[in-house]
Write a protein that binds this ligand. Sequence first.
Ligand code: DAK
Length: 261
Amino acid sequence: MDFILYEVNGAVGTITINREKALNALNSQVLEELDATLDAVDLDAVRCLILTGAGAKSFVAGADIGEMSTLTKAEGEAFGKKGNDVFRKLETFPIPVIAAVNGFALGGGCELAMSCDIRICAENAVFGQPEVGLGITPGFGGTQRLARLVGAGMAKQMIYTARNIKADEAFRIGLVNAVYPAEELMAQAEKMAGGIAKNAPIAVRNCKKAINEGLDVDMDKAIVIEEKLFGDCFETEDQKYGMAFFLDKNKEKVKEPFKNC
Ligand code: DAK
């Protein structure tokens, strides 16, 4: 891999987009390597992922404008599909993904962060969808995910004006869950990921599925999705252990890690 680093620490995997000279802009190779990295994640061992960018300046400064500038219509569609497929893979990845946004998250970078389950950012983070200033629409799901996250009115304002927003505003509109000093960002991401990884993994996965799939349908159908995924938990060892541990009145007992089965 030239442009992706992948490290595993306990049950937490960290993917770093490592194309710092181009502010981690997404060219075809980055997208292909990200896709291959996700395919290689050991889901028996890893329970939460963190996605970040290399260096102190940028998460991802967008799709690679140089590469896009010469695309034909057919190549543009192929590039868009490559990106959309990998972003969707991330969004529907079985385990949670936290975006640790360490600087610019523009265009495809903002869209990449929005494909993750949770976004936290550094104080120097900048978010935006500058595409209309380049003569294009957002192409990696920005029109759809931004509107779902911050509401149609705010999404339309950001996309039509192409104005970038800073971390405090991203927090105020609900685009990120928390803002930290840059030097604390990764530790905070690891702490959150570690907390998620301690919980019953199948239950966490089912929660992700229930939230994602439920948001795509009406409430009557959504509740049925939740019921099914709730019911499935009762076939797991982790549910039996988790409830038995609570009911055991022996306060000396130490809770063991969930087994993911
Ligand atoms: N692509 C390629 N290279 C980039 C880049 C990008 N998006 N962003 C930065 N770089 C490169 C710069 O060209 C520069 O390279 P060298 O000149 O050193 O070789 C290096 O990174 C450092 O950048 P700057 O010198 O510009 O650094 P500054 O601190 O001055 O400025 C900046 C930082 C982030 C404000 C600036 O670089 C910037 O404005 N970058 C572009 C941001 C942007 O517009 N991003 C959105 C791209 S559009 C679709 C699929 C996908 C998309 C759309 C449609 N379909 C198939 C429908 C996605 C579109 C986008 O993401």
